[in-house]
Design a protein. Structure first.
Length: 636
């Protein structure tokens, strides 16, 4: 046997077997690998099989099995990369695949992992956080990997910690994981760790006054140095350095460290997972109509933001000048426009609203929430109710997905107040419908929007919809797109109008359509990567049957034919929508059947507020019969 393999098995078998690799799998791989040069490829093939099993389980609605398979796949990719740095192409590919599988596992484990990022100089330090469900913020433990390790290897230890009621986080520092391509371990590594400690301690969902830090091997030493007297925090010196031997073979393995200069291409850094980035909906490359914009590596907002501290009085993590760039980085995947449940007393039912949000961001895997818009009956909500709605949505979505809060109102002053409140509450962006009474000229509308946008710093979406009774002209949209913090437009018009605006303004702002029936084409032919937004993601799907999410994943991964096959399974459901949602004499009257449908599919549903009229019992029964015939209720 290759001497390097002998050294690997003698020194690291215990470590591999303690991290989601069974003895049977290990022995099978040992029999397959006869030369160390085969190591990375063999482990990567093994990892890919786990990920494939996870995909199959997720498609069948078996989220527990899927999460376990993705964890095993991610850690197998970790072992594929383990001290295999002499072949940079294979080393990088294994690390990137590990990150993709890890992102898939994150929302499926219990408690879920929140993928985080902490800016540190020119780097963004990636990590994850797990917080057990309990009444008060728990103490938190920060775990640090060793020199040849990565944060993912600490999951098993983290699982024991979180099971005991403590929150746990693990991060890669400079020179670890993917960061090894453009940084090295620092002689003062604790400085980077102190930045992580400070960000974690500031979070409202953990008790930052009771924070411990520990690690394995070099990570243990870093923990001791971070917690030494005079440091920022006290902590446990949970270092568990183990003697790993010397000798020629071991020395050869240890010398195989990444030696890529810190000036490596910035594109490599952009592959690091960031908070709010949903891995099961990967983004596409740049295209002529909706170009992507560099993020942290080019000195953008991610290089300076602190997404760990979304709580607090002000959570917007980009400057006004960075709003357009921030939008291109943030918006991807399926966004849902939520309804608002009303209780027996007629007020907002906050418990039902939270349950809806948990379903959306949990089992349905929604990438973002559009709140307070037409689906939310914003015209029927008081100012206080609109503000409270934003607060509840932001609080419940925090750590799961971004929030786009609708803040439009006839009065420019009230719109400004609502928009400032949304930013202070922690909404990521705002969307503003035009004032539709009294009728206004293009010049009047431009002056109104210019005044609103000049008075707020948050990124603002336009909303051109037939619901408003006003059509924004092409010339007006062009002028508004030039405003510094106007970042996108939701085009609630026909497909031809969407294509016209995409062609004209796609280079300046995001141009998106809320129509599910053209979403597949928009991805495969127009380069779109964000569905913005409607009730379809929760009307057309259930936790056990998610064709819209699946065909989105396939299309964004470049598998158009498979995506089309999955999308076709929605045709019976689309026929029901054509009758009940798109066949109303007045478009606004589809809100009542949307809420009734949502209730039948497992959301809160419930009545609409006057002057809209809820469905009668007979109408609800007819809708239920149509949905049962279409097969949707069988999946609910």
């Amino acid at each position: 046997m290759d001497a390097r393999l002998v050294s690997m098995y003698r020194r690291f078998t215990w470590r591999i077997l303690s991290n989601y690799v069974t003895p049977w799998e290990f022995e099978q791989l040992k029999s397959e690998i006869t030369d160390f040069e085969q190591w990375c490829a063999a482990w990567s093939r093994h990892a890919a099989r786990h990920v494939e099993r996870g995909d199959a389980a997720l498609a069948a609605g078996r989220t527990l099995t899927a999460g376990d398979a993705y964890l095993r796949g991610a850690l197998a990719y970790h072992w594929a990369s383990f001290v295999f740095t002499h072949d940079q192409a294979q080393f990088r590919a294994a690390l990137e695949a590990m990150g993709a599988a890890w992102a898939k596992a994150a929302p499926l484990v219990t408690p879920p992992m929140e993928l985080l990022a902490v800016p540190f100089g020119d780097l963004v330090l990636p990590g994850y956080l797990r917080v057990p469900a309990q009444a008060s913020p728990p103490p938190i433990v920060l775990l640090l990997p060793g020199a040849d390790s990565a944060k993912e290897e600490l999951y098993n230890l983290a699982d024991h910690i979180v099971a005991r009621g403590l929150a746990v986080a693990a991060f890669d520092g400079p020179g670890q994981g993917l960061l090894s391509f453009d940084s090295k371990l620092r002689p003062d590594q604790e400085v980077a760790i102190q930045a992580i400690v400070g960000a974690l301690a500031a979070r409202p969902d953990v008790d930052g006054s009771r924070l411990a830090v520990g690690g394995i091997s070099y990570g243990g030493m870093f923990a001791i140095r971070t917690a030494r007297p005079g440091g920022q925090h006290g902590g446990d010196d949970a270092g568990r350095g183990r003697g790993e031997g010397t000798g020629a073979a071991a020395a050869a393995l240890r010398r195989e460290r990444p030696r890529v200069a810190a000036g490596a291409r910035g594109a490599d850094r952009r592959r690091v997972r960031r908070a709010g980035h949903h891995g099961d909906l990967p983004g596409r490359g740049a295209h002529p109509e909706q170009p992507l914009v560099p993020g942290a590596a080019a000195g953008g907002r991610l290089a300076r933001r602190d997404p760990l501290t979304r709580g607090g009085s002000y959570a917007m993590d980009y400057s006004k000048a960075e709003a357009k760039q921030a939008a291109r980085e943030r918006f991807t995947g399926l966004w849902a426009a939520i309804t608002v449940p009303f209780g027996p007393d007629g007020g907002i039912d906050e418990a039902a609203l939270r349950a809806d949000l948990d379903r959306l961001t949990g089992d349905l895997g929604i990438s973002g929430i559009f709140s307070g818009g037409v689906m939310s009956e914003f015209w029927a909500l008081s100012g206080a109710e609109r503000r409270r709605l934003t607060e509840v949505v932001v609080e419940r979505a925090r750590g799961n997905c971004p929030v786009l809060a609708h803040t439009g109102q006839h009065s420019a002053a009230e719109t400004i107040e609502l928009t400032r409140h949304a930013a202070a509450a922690g909404a990521d962006f705002a969307v503003v419908i035009n004032p539709y009474y009294p009728p206004a000229s293009d010049e009047g509308l431009y002056a109104w929007f210019a005044h609103v946008c000049a008075s707020v710093d948050i990124g603002v979406w336009l909303f051109d919809t037939g619901y408003s009774g006003v059509a924004l002209s092409t010339g007006l949209i062009g002028r508004l797109a030039g405003i510094e913090n106007v970042v996108g437009i939701k085009v609630g018009r026909d497909h031809a109008r969407y294509l016209e605006l995409l062609g004209r303004f796609g280079e300046q702002i995001l141009v998106c359509s809320p129509h599910e029936e053209t979403w597949l084409e928009n991805m495969t032919s127009r380069g779109q990567r964000v569905y913005m937004s409607s009730a379809a993601p929760y009307l057309y799907q259930t936790p056990g049957w998610q064709p819209m999410r699946e065909y989105t994943r396939l299309a964004l991964a470049g598998e158009a034919a498979k995506a089309a096959e999955v999308a076709a399974t929605l045709d019976p459901v689309r026929a029901v929508a054509a009758r009940w949602l798109h066949g109303q004499a007045r478009r606004i009257d589809n809100i009542a059947p949307i809420k009734a449908w949502a209730g039948l599919a497992g959301m809160s549903g419930g009545p609409v507020r006057p002057p809209l009229v809820s469905l009668t019992a007979a109408e609800q029964a007819a809708l239920a019969a149509d949905l049962a015939t279409a097969g949707l209720l069988g999946h609910a």
